[in-house]
Design a protein around this ligand. Structure first.
Ligand code: C2E
Ligand code: MG
Ligand code: MG
Ligand code: MG
Length: 291
C-alpha cells in the first residue's frame, strides 16, 4: 500500500497527466486490490458441438465487480493488468479457478474441456509452461480437457520462441486454440509451424452471416484451412440460429455465442450443463437470460 501510495504521489506531480490516464491509474490501484478483496470471478460460456447441439466444453472469462463502479469490462481491465504485470497473478488465479471448477464438472457430468485465455505478458514469462502444468495437475482435471487460448499477435511476433513454447505446452498436455482468428497478422505460412489444435473464427466474420457472401467465403476458407492442417474450428459470437446453421453446413465443428448462452456465473453454468449435457438441446436459447 505504501508503495502504491508513493507511486500515486509521484504521478500527481506530473503536470501533463490527462483525465483519462488518471482515471486509468485509479483503476490500476483498485485492480491491485481486486483479487484479495474477492471482487474477481470466472464466468463460463458454453462451446457447443454444432452437429449435435451438445455442450462440448467452455471458455472461462474473467469478471470484475468493482465496489463502486460495478461491472468493469475485461476489455478495459485486462490491458491494465498486462501493462502493470498484474496479469501474471490474475492469469494464474484464472487457471487455478477454471481448471478446478472444470474438474468438478467433469466428475459430475462427464468430459467437458475448459479454455483459458493467455495474455502476451504471460506468454513471455519463462516459467509460464511449468506454472500452467502444475496448476492443471493440482486441479485434478484430466489432462486432455485443458485448453489455452492465444491470439495471433502473441505468437506471430517472436516466431521461434512462440513455436518452442507452444510445443512445450502441447507436450505438457494442453490443447491450444488460436483466438480471434482472421483479425491479426494472418500469416498462413507461419500457421503450419505452430502446434495448434483449434482456430477460433473471430465474431467479426460471423456477425453478418448468412447474408454477407464475403464473410461466408472467409468462414469457409478458414474451415478448409483448418481441415488441411488437422485443426478443429470454433465460430465465435453466434447470435442466431441461421448463423449456427450456415457454419454447421460449412463443416465448422463448434460454436460459441449468445444464441447458445452468454457467459454464466459458475452456479448458472452448472445448471446449464445439467440441462443440456448428453442430450440434444431442444431450445438452444436456454440460459441466455443471464450475463
Ligand atoms: P475473447 O477471448 O475473444 O472472448 C470472447 C468474448 O466475446 C467475450 O467477451 C464474450 O463475452 C464475447 N461474446 C461471446 N459470445 C458473444 C456473442 O454472441 N456476441 C457478442 N457480441 N459477444 C460475444 P468478454 O468476456 O468481454 O472478454 C473480452 C476479452 O477479454 C476476451 O476476448 C479476452 O481477450 C479477454 N479476457 C477475458 N477474460 C480473460 C482472462 O481470464 N485472461 C485474459 N488474458 N484475457 C481475458
Ligand atoms: Mg478467448
Ligand atoms: Mg475471441
Ligand atoms: Mg478478443
Amino acid at each position: 500500500v505504501a508503495k502504491a501510495a508513493g507511486k500515486n504521489a509521484v504521478r500527481l506531480w506530473e503536470p501533463s497527466i490527462s483525465d483519462e490516464s488518471s482515471a486509468r491509474f485509479m483503476l490500476e490501484l483498485d485492480l491491485r486490490k481486486a483479487l484479495a478483496h474477492g471482487e474477481l470471478a470466472m464466468h463460463y460460456q458454453p462451446i457447443v458441438a454444432l452437429d449435435t447441439g451438445r455442450i462440448a466444453g467452455m471458455e472461462a472469462l474473467m469478471r470484475w465487480h468493482h465496489p463502486t463502479r460495478g461491472f468493469v469490462s475485461p476489455a478495459e481491465f485486462i490491458p491494465i493488468a498486462e501493462d502493470t504485470g498484474l496479469i501474471l497473478e490474475l492469469g494464474e488465479w484464472a487457471m487455478r479457478e477454471a481448471f478446478s471448477q472444470a474438474a468438478q464438472w467433469n466428475a459430475r457430468f462427464g468430459p467437458l474441456f475448459v479454455a483459458v485465455n493467455v495474455s502476451g505478458r504471460q506468454f513471455r514469462d519463462r516459467e509460464f509452461a511449468s506454472k500452467a502444468e502444475s496448476i492443471a495437475r493440482a486441479s485434478g482435471l484430466a489432462r486432455d480437457m485443458s485448453e489455452l487460448e492465444v491470439t495471433e499477435s502473441i505468437i506471430m511476433g517472436h516466431t521461434e520462441e512462440a513455436v518452442h513454447l507452444l510445443e512445450d505446452l502441447s507436450a505438457r498436455g494442453f490443447a491450444l486454440a488460436l483466438d480471434d482468428f482472421g483479425t491479426g497478422y494472418s500469416s498462413l505460412s507461419y500457421l503450419k509451424r505452430f502446434p495448434l489444435d483449434k482456430l477460433k473464427i473471430d465474431r467479426s466474420f460471423v456477425k453478418d452471416l448468412p447474408d454477407d457472401l464475403e464473410d461466408a467465403a472467409i468462414a469457409e476458407a478458414i474451415v478448409g484451412l483448418a481441415r488441411t492442417l488437422s485443426m478443429r474450428v470454433v465460430a465465435e459470437g453466434i447470435e442466431t440460429e441461421a448463423q449456427a446453421q450456415v457454419l454447421r453446413e460449412l463443416g465448422c465443428q463448434y460454436g460459441q455465442g449468445y444464441f447458445f448462452s452468454k457467459p454464466l456465473a459458475a452456479e448458472l453454468m452448472a445448471a446449464f450443463i445439467a440441462e443440456n449435457h448428453g442430450q440434444r438441446m431442444a431450445e438452444p436459447g436456454l440460459g441466455t437470460s443471464c450475463a
